[in-house]
Design a protein around this ligand. Structure first.
Ligand SMILES: CC(C)(COP(=O)(O)OP(=O)(O)OC[C@H]1O[C@@H](n2cnc3c(N)ncnc32)[C@H](O)[C@@H]1OP(=O)(O)O)[C@@H](O)C(=O)NCCC(=O)NCCS
Length: 150
């Protein structure tokens, strides 16, 4: 499988929503994604495309705070393409952008019960940096803050 990364555009939103809805119990809405695609100076979004089929198989939304931190607002891979290195490829791209922006680190929130994602981040070098009590709904749950130092 060959994957390439490219910027996300509005035409990707149906494919993004299809992945989002099977990936999260409290998925982002179309409106949330649309707002993230509006240029605000610090928000960036890219997708992972299966070169063989042209299909979108993953996406990543980040906030690049120059000389500060990169925040991963959303990341997911289509279930059919998980455990094949797509997530790692996207995180490596975030790391590249973070270094370019001279960011000190990459942060994100993850549901405490999301053991699969926590293991994924642990393998990529992220460490626990805090907790946000009651951060999530559907179901109500704490978030762990994870951070990778750059
Ligand atoms: C978390 C997620 C993005 C990982 O993407 P992925 O493409 O499957 O990850 P990769 O294939 O690049 O995996 C990288 C490493 O993490 C490991 N890993 C990935 N998912 C894992 C899981 N569920 N359990 C244990 N290890 C896992 C892989 O085995 C691999 O380790 P290796 O290099 O030692 O073989 C994907 O599972 C997903 O979309 N989950 C649903 C959405 C979600 O939870 N997003 C994160 C919210 S904070």
């Amino acid at each position: 499988m060959t994957i390439h990364l490219r910027p996300l555009v509005r035409e990707d939103l149906n494919a993004v929503l299809a992945i989002e809805r099977v990936s999260f119990s409290d998925p982002w809405t179309r409106g949330m994604f649309l707002s993230e695609l509006e240029p605000r100076g610090y928000n960036q979004a890219f997708g992972a495309v299966d070169t063989a089929t042209g299909e979108l198989v993953g996406y990543c939304f980040i906030w690049v705070l120059v000389e500060d931190e990169i925040h991963i607002a959303n990341i997911a891979v289509r279930p059919s393409h998980r455990k094949l290195g797509v997530g790692r490829l996207m995180i490596n791209e975030v790391i590249r952008r973070g270094k370019e922006a001279k960011a000190g680190g990459i942060t994100l929130e993850v549901r405490e019960s999301n053991t699969g994602a926590r293991e994924f981040y642990r393998k990529l070098g992220f460490e626990e940096a805090g907790r946000r009590v009651g951060y999530y709904r559907k179901p109500f749950e704490d978030a762990l803050i994870l951070r990778l130092s750059l």
